[in-house]
Design a protein around this ligand. Structure first.
Ligand code: BG6
Length: 478
């Protein structure tokens, strides 16, 4: 269904995010017929492009990066025809009157802040001065949303000075991932799982986001963040919320966000003994973290594993184990819910009898697998084996990875539709920082040095111990 026609301004249009994610996402939606006639995208950045030279630039980027089957000359020309460009000085006056003159009053107006957070305040202020912060316009802001609670609060206050909360779209692209939304469909669209979705039946939950890439090229940002700020405070926290939250009364923005907020507030402080931080060493032909970050004395973690507890009636006693890292063995993101063992085994102690696991795989090969125990086929007596009930989306729905829209495609369309369900509310972000700040402060005050781990591994040894000492083990990263 086409969305309403719009003027979307991308501040930072020549930057990495705009080039790699936002523009290709818009092109794909256009290719799919979702952009209404007359929808326009206006690039705004410091570089002195004209409409035409920027179009040429975007054409060459898309030509280079689009997979062959998405290259369609007619669609590409139509898409480029929607583009315009205004050179702008975010902190000065240049370009602002031109931009204001280009905005149409009778269409959806959206401003994408694809710039560093230090410029958010200036952008908000300039939009106000030039009369562009109309009551119905929307702004889209990227992570990192603050560096800690204090800066996040300040950022919220800055934006709130010029925009109402219903106009502010804080992106966490994990919420746009197909399987993440499926998590809600599975939980709240079926009767099967919800009765078991609590501490009485669930032994523990594992959330893994493993990456094979290092931080070379973005060490400057990463070294000041580390895995906790870069991944846990936002993406992993959102995943945890969707698993742990109570059913919202409707799939509506505030209903969903109220429930997520309650989860974050119910998180216990994490004890130092329940956290393992790691930093990748050199190996396999790759440089070490210290070299990638160009900071030989860095104590920043490129890996973190921790055990969290949600103090709620539903989850008391069920641990949530989270781990994420760079330069790990494989790129894989998954959530695994391990159910408790049956109270009594009528088959005696048997090798094949394992706990039921519901594994929700975010990427690659999106899908959901439920491991169940059955009898091994054949005449060998009652021997038990574990088999997966497998719902690979590609197989079940005849879709390919390619058909599964990129998170940015869905989220940008939601901005135009005016649907904030998959965006973070200001109080949610602050609550997440309120939980992370003391954890970070504790290791900083101890001047703790992260443990070294080999590239291509599953992280430091101690991360394994974090589960072993509870009589559990991590799922393999593969
Ligand atoms: C970003 C982080 O938000 O998410 C990166 O800053 C990380 O460090 C990326 O690599 C992971 O996203 P995805 O979609 O590739 O899992």
């Amino acid at each position: 269904i086409p969305v309403d026609t719009f003027d979307l301004v991308i501040f930072g249009a020549t930057g990495d995010l705009a080039t790699r994610k936002i523009l290709p996402a818009l092109y794909r939606r256009d290719l799919a017929g979702q952009l209404a006639e007359g929808a326009r995208i206006i690039g705004a950045a410091r570089t002195e492009f004209t409409d035409d030279t920027w179009r040429a630039e975007v054409r060459s980027v898309l030509d280079e990066t689009l997979p062959a089957d998405l290259r369609d000359t007619v669609a590409l020309d139509r898409f480029l025809g929607r583009l315009g460009y205004v050179p702008i000085d975010v902190r000065g006056e240049a370009g602002w009157p031109e931009l204001a003159a280009r905005m149409r009053a009778d269409v959806v107006q959206a401003y994408y802040f694809s710039v560093g957070p230090s410029l958010f305040g200036d952008l908000a202020q300039r939009l106000h001065v030039h009369g562009m912060n109309t009551a119905e316009c929307r702004i889209v802001v990227e992570k990192p949303f603050g560096h800690d609670l204090e800066t996040a609060r300040a950022l919220n206050a800055t934006l709130a000075a010029h925009f109402d909360e219903h106009q502010i779209y804080r992106i966490d692209h994990y919420l746009g991932k197909e399987t993440v939304q499926n998590l809600m469909a599975i939980r709240f669209g079926n009767m099967l799982f919800e009765p078991l979705w609590n501490a009485q039946y669930v032994d523990h939950i594992q959330i893994t986001v493993a990456e094979t890439v290092g931080v070379a090229g973005r060490g400057g940002y990463y070294d000041k963040s580390g895995a906790m700020r870069d991944m846990v405070q936002n993406h992993m926290m959102q995943l945890l919320c969707l698993i742990a939250m109570e059913p919202p009364y409707a799939f509506e923005p505030d209903a969903v966000r109220d429930e997520k907020l309650k989860v974050i507030r119910a998180l216990d402080p994490v004890q130092p003994a329940d956290i393992v931080r790691g930093q990748y060493a050199a190996g396999n032909g790759h440089a070490s973290y210290l070299d990638d970050a160009e900071n030989p004395a860095s104590r920043t973690e490129s890996f973190i594993a921790l055990k969290a507890h949600v103090s709620s009636w539903r989850w008391k006693g069920t641990p949530f184990y989270l781990r994420t890292g760079k330069r790990m063995r494989a790129r894989t993101s998954e959530i695994a819910i391990t159910f408790k063992d049956p109270p009594h085994s009528i088959f005696g102690a048997q090798e094949g009898q394992k706990s039921n696991v519901l594994a929700i795989r975010l990427q690659p090969n999106e899908g959901i697998k439920l491991k169940v125990t059955i009898k091994e086929p054949g005449p060998g007596g009652m021997r038990l084996v574990e088999v997966p009930l497998d719902m690979s989306f590609a197989e079940a729905l005849g879709t390919s990875d390619r058909d599964i829209a990129d998170a940015y495609e869905r989220l940008i369309m939601d901005v135009i539709r005016g649907n904030q369900t998959l965006f973070m509310r200001g109080d949610e972000v602050e609550a997440a920082w309120a939980w992370t700040d003391p954890i970070i402060a504790a290791w900083e005050s101890r001047e703790e040095v992260p443990q070294s781990y080999d590239p291509g591994s599953s992280g430091p040894e101690d991360a394994l111990m974090l589960m072993h000492r509870d009589g559990r083990r991590w799922r393999e990263v593969k």
